[in-house]
Design a protein around this ligand. Structure first.
Ligand SMILES: [Zn+2]
Ligand SMILES: [Zn+2]
Length: 387
């Protein structure tokens, strides 16, 4: 017991605590009435804590919780949370005592464990049959060889389709998604059961995986093949086919469509780049944009479409700034304007110049594998209308 209160009887002390906590009397008055030799600010420290007869510590057997007395300064005074004098546990939602931290840690570990198990159950053995390289269609083969060159790990077990350096796998994020979905449906790549739990979305009870981030999961390469010798042989065959060392007649009918597809996404990539440079955020393109570019590709080479796109973006941005047009409004004008510009050039018989590839949009692996390795057109492919 604090010596400055030793002149009080137990009843007087209890009375003092009651009246102090009640808060209606001034502390200076209490000090005078009980004849205490202390400054008002010090009284709280001298008073014994309130023992909560109806509250027990959940960690220490039959230990009542207490509340220490706090200084009553101004109107901010509030009773401190009940706490355990033995272990320091406090009766609040986010208690930071050692026991609560430990309990929280264990609960998190259980959740993490449940997630890891669910990922295992969902993706273990979840693989399709694997076609031999000869049975692949053109698209499968080009995607696969591009991916191999882009990011196959040294042990031949994993690929990282979303890695952007030094060059991206595909011209746009959307296209990369397409490639992953396509190869996954053919069993050529698969989400690894060793993927990080943060790459997935789970339901509340952790009974189903609701979704995943394709750019965060770990991708297994040729999951049906269990050893690297088989994988190396598969890659070798695939290369022979794409390089034309083994003839693959069946692929020829798909060349034009595939060419158009890559060309379209290269146009998107450049369009997106020009827009983002000017502060327009346009990450996915609707059916109208697809239709306009598909139409342009019937008449112009990719490098010419680059030029028309560049002119259009320049003109519309200029116009929107001069006429004080809000960005969301200007954003909808680009694609129509591009169509009109192309029509105008054609109607007037004007020549469209060939623009070069912007160094900030380096050629993707899919484009290089198709144009350079497979059809062997190299840079020229950009400057001709798709035959
Ligand atoms: Zn305790
Ligand atoms: Zn606690």
């Amino acid at each position: 017991m604090a010596s400055k209160l030793s002149h009080l009887t137990e009843e007087q002390l209890a009375d003092l605590v009651d009246r102090y906590c009640n808060g209606t009397e001034k502390v200076v008055d209490l000090i005078r009435v009980f004849n205490i030799n202390a400054r008002p600010g010090d009284l709280a420290r001298l008073l014994p804590p309130t023992v909560h007869k109806d509250l027990w510590c959940e960690y220490c057997k039959s230990q009542n919780l207490i509340s220490r007395q706090e200084s009553r300064s101004g109107s901010q005074w509030s009773r401190p949370a009940p706490e355990c004098p033995k272990c320091g546990h406090r009766k609040i939602t986010n208690c930071r005592c050692e026991k609560c931290e430990q309990a929280r840690y264990e609960k998190e570990a259980i959740i993490e464990n449940a997630k890891v198990n669910l990922i295992k159950v969902t993706f273990d053995g979840y693989v399709n049959d694997l076609d031999d390289p000869e049975q692949l269609v053109l698209k499968d083969a080009i995607y696969m060889l591009s991916l191999i060159r882009h990011s196959l790990s040294d042990d031949l077990n994993y690929v990282s389709p979303y890695e952007l350096k030094p060059q991206p796998l595909a011209p746009t994020f959307e296209f990369t998604n397409e490639i992953c979905k396509h190869l996954q449906s053919k069993g050529l790549i698969q989400i690894s059961e060793l993927s990080n739990v943060n790459a997935f979305e789970f339901d509340e009870e952790i009974t189903v995986i609701k979704g995943w981030y394709p750019d965060r999961v770990l991708w297994d390469f040729l999951p049906m093949l269990t050893n690297s010798i088989q994988k190396a042989r598969y890659i070798e065959l695939l290369e022979e086919l794409v390089l034309g060392e083994v003839e693959q007649k069946a692929w020829e009918k798909d060349i034009k469509d595939f060419w158009l597809e890559i060309a379209k996404y290269e146009c998107f990539e450049y369009f997106e780049h020009l827009l983002s440079q000017r502060g327009f955020n346009l990450k996915s393109f609707g059916p109208k944009t697809h239709a306009v570019f598909e139409n342009l590709l019937k008449r112009y080479a990719v490098s010419q479409i680059f030029n028309l796109t560049w002119q259009t973006v320049r003109d519309i941005t200029d116009y929107s700034v001069k006429s004080n047009m809000p960005k969301y409004q200007a954003k909808n004008m680009f694609i129509g304007a591009l169509q009109r510009k192309a029509d105008k050039f054609q109607a007037e018989g004007w020549e469209v110049k060939n623009s070069r590839r912007d160094f900030r949009c380096p050629q993707s692996f899919v484009s290089a594998t198709f144009f350079d390795t497979y059809i062997g057109f190299g840079k020229e492919a950009m400057d001709i209308v798709v035959p």
